[in-house]
Design a protein around this ligand. Sequence first.
Ligand SMILES: Cc1cc2nc3c(=O)[nH]c(=O)nc-3n(C[C@H](O)[C@H](O)[C@H](O)COP(=O)(O)OP(=O)(O)OC[C@H]3O[C@@H](n4cnc5c(N)ncnc54)[C@H](O)[C@@H]3O)c2cc1C
Length: 402
Amino acid sequence: MSTSISSRALPVLVAGGGIGGVAAALALARQGFAVKVLEQAPQLGEIGAGIQLGPNAFAAFDALGIGELARGRAVYTDEMVMHDALDERLVGRIPTGEAFRARFGNPYAVIHRADIHTSLLEGARAHGHIETLTGTRIEAVQQEGDTVTVRDQHGQIHVGQALIGADGVKSVVRQQYVGDAARVSGHVVYRAVVEKNDFPEDLRWNAASIWVGPNYHLVHYPLRGGEQYNVVVTFHSREQEEWGVREGSRQEVQSYYSDCCPRARQLIDLPKSWKRWATADREPIGQWSFGRATLLGDAAHPTLQYIAQGACMALEDAVTLGQALKRGGNDWPQALRLYERSRIARTARVVLSAREMGRIFHASGVERLVRNDLWKGRTPQRFYDAMEWLYGWKAETCLAED
Ligand SMILES: Cc1cc2nc3c(=O)[nH]c(=O)nc-3n(C[C@H](O)[C@H](O)[C@H](O)COP(=O)(O)OP(=O)(O)OC[C@H]3O[C@@H](n4cnc5c(N)ncnc54)[C@H](O)[C@@H]3O)c2cc1C
């Protein structure tokens, strides 16, 4: 795998066409690079599920030039609400209306994944020279001189001036350069998008809502103008889990929620597909960039979903990569070092905070009582102050100081 072509004429290769890969393609196109996205799936797209977006995601959308497009497809919630799933007690409520928007300069929203993906892809295609190759799984990477070469499953070679490994939680690029083990959580997730008429009337709240119970929780929120609802149920498995997706069953889910209050319990019968995701993250690492190759999104910092920030971080990564290239010109190794230096501590904090939040959600016994007292009487301002590090991210200040 070698080449002697002058690398400036080559595209930047992006491994993976998920939210991170497409956002990276857009950020690169905005800096004038031609981009080639290599995606293993037969078509580009996202799974049929919703996602929560903090104000930092909207700051990233604006920096990527698709703020209005994304805003038009989102649902703006009035609050985030946590209830105890055993006794229906309200544990915490954070208003996300006007005062929240004024504080962070952007809204809290929920959106269908496909709608973000489409917005990013439309932006990327409108902006530059983007080639997308589907059914293309990259298997090996090699760097020589100022080029990066990847080989796909058909033995085909793709040559670029750099490689962005946005190939998700089981990244081949990370495996090749880092080779670290995953940390399987033992937690299992079932998800569903439900039409409004099939969703319980007494849970049709305009809120990002969570019910927390001993070793489980349930999440629901509206999508697409309230015409659909997203449902996610999560529990600690009794089995020895392996990271990945496989068939599950309604009976399995029901067996974990026997002590759940009837109101929240309605949610566990809603999924129509009984696919189960066993989740994992990885220990944060101090290096993502290797010459002209780097990692982005879940490939760089796979995160448990408990603070709803994995995709938000991928969007921030993409913006930061674009800014680092703008400052670093065509010096890829230098620009990529600046990119990782700007991102590592922040994304590691998200990974570690998500683990801790999972523990708080799933508390039992006395720990549950402590959890239920944690936020008593807390004013919105105090919540907002605590969230500043996360939601206050701005593209203008995203690069690390020299
Ligand atoms: C239950 C759940 C709920 C979540 N909720 C939220 C939320 O509310 N808010 C939020 O911000 N985040 C949330 N997340 C996290 C979010 O989904 C991810 O962080 C985000 O999708 C990561 O995007 P990505 O592009 O980095 O990776 P992915 O979406 O995994 O995309 C990687 C892409 O690379 C492709 N690929 C993989 N290997 C190869 C290869 N070798 N060659 C070519 N292509 C390859 C894959 O097919 C895929 O298309 C949640 C996650 C889960 C599991």
